[in-house]
Ligand binder design. Structure first.
Ligand SMILES: [Ca+2]
Length: 103
């Protein structure tokens, strides 16, 4: 019965069984959890970078491309919310980093 359960578990998550012995051990589960955490932190870092880079790129767009007056007004109207939201993402990322470092 136990082997049937472990066999079913390995079928459901074949990548968890690293050494290929057919059993997902506690160490392998812990390793998978740590890898998932690292992957999540990497994704958050990439999102923060994208948010940080989008602001200067958005600000420099009119300097690089010729943009008509009405479109410029639309861009100016959007810039408030865009900068606020992007800066919030960057701020939350660094806030979370500081919180995690203290914890
Ligand atoms: Ca194993």
């Amino acid at each position: 019965m136990v082997s049937a359960i472990s066999g079913k578990d390995t079928q459901m998550a074949p990548t968890l069984d690293r050494d290929g012995d057919g059993v997902v051990s506690e160490e392998e589960i812990e390793l998978a959890k740590q890898e998932a955490l690292i992957e999540k932190l990497d994704a958050q870092k990439n999102i923060a970078w994208l948010a940080a880079l989008s602001m200067p790129i958005y600000a420099l767009l009119p300097a690089i491309f010729p943009i008509s007056g009405p479109r410029m007004d639309t861009m100016a109207a959007m810039s408030d919310m865009l900068f606020l939201s992007q800066a919030s993402i960057v701020g939350l990322f660094f806030g979370a980093q500081a919180y995690m470092a203290k914890k």
